[in-house]
Design a protein around this ligand. Structure first.
Ligand code: MBD
Ligand code: FE
Length: 281
């Protein structure tokens, strides 16, 4: 991937912040005082303990303050939280499940992607770069029932590692589609293989990565949300074997159950991957 194709903080951060505000703020107002007090106190105590343990200086305190200010200015709170915190929230939220493993949503989901039926292609540009990938699968319940009419929402980066609506110059719904399973719960999706994804290096998160000597990469991944009436929504990502970042994903979101096994085909690759949904709580 060339530098000209790197995602920028300006293009992705502000959009991710707006997206979050419009989608995710319903229902968060009712948290009881006792719960807020408990959680806020324990997080602050953990910060205090780190300061004492490592004798944090005023210079370091001011570096933190200035960095926190820039996270907001760059619109990178969604990116920061989804990369370094969400994986533990997801772990706790789904530990009771018997069906499919899921993983984090990340900052780039957009609801209501165009409907493509049970079999079809995600929206692509003419000559969309990348290896063609035909994915077949079935949605069933933990009781073994086929789930017809289930929704499989797919979104992913292109062969340059860029997401539509979060990088300039890409058609609005490129590589974003909603599929609806047939009576047997089956679907067939045609898309292209995404590239590994580098989080923007020119914003606050990039500054932290550079200052700490970390890397900015996620392995190539397909994002999905799978839903059916009476079942828990499954949010997952699927990964490709052999990707050099499967073992050191910056977002800690890879699980062995989420690795695909693509096979070479006449035109690109084929892959089978199915989903098992838990009953709604
Ligand atoms: C991504 O594409 C992503 O999936 C996550 C979790 C964080 C940043 C970019
Ligand atoms: Fe992603």
């Amino acid at each position: 991937m060339t530098a000209t194709h790197s995602p920028t903080a300006a293009a992705s951060g502000a959009n991710a912040t707006e997206r979050f505000k419009s989608d995710k703020l319903a229902g968060v107002a009712g948290t009881p005082k006792e719960r807020v007090s408990l959680l806020a106190r324990e997080v602050l105590e953990a910060v205090h303990a780190t300061i004492r343990k490592h004798k944090v200086t005023y210079d370091e305190y001011n570096a933190l303050k200035s960095w926190l200010i820039s996270v907001g200015e760059d619109g990178e709170w969604p990116l920061f939280l989804d990369v370094w915190v969400e994986h533990v929230v997801e772990e706790v939220a789904t530990e009771h499940r018997k069906g499919n493993k899921g993983t984090i949503e990340g900052p780039y989901y957009v609801p209501d992607a165009p409907e493509q039926g049970a079999r079809g292609s995600v929206p692509t540009r003419e000559n969309e770069p990348g290896t063609a990938l035909t994915w077949t699968g079935q949605v069933t319940s933990t009781t073994g029932e086929a789930l017809g009419g289930a929704k499989v929402e797919l979104w992913h980066a292109d062969a340059d590692g860029l997401y539509s609506q979060f990088a300039p110059g890409i058609p609005e719904w490129n590589l974003r589609g909603t599929f609806t399973t047939d009576e047997e719960g089956r679907f067939e999706i045609r898309t292209v293989r995404p590239a590994p994804y580098q989080i923007p290096t020119d914003g606050a998160c990039g500054k932290l990565i550079a200052a700490a000597g970390w890397h900015a990469w996620r392995p190539a991944h397909l994002h999905v949300k799978v839903s059916a009436p009476g079942h828990e929504l499954l949010t997952a990502q699927l990964y490709f074997p052999g990707d050099e970042h499967n073992d050191d994903d910056i977002a800690s979101a890879v699980k062995p159950e989420l690795l695909l096994d693509p096979k070479p085909a006449e035109n690109g690759e084929t892959v089978e991957y199915s989903f098992v949904l838990d009953p709604a709580l």
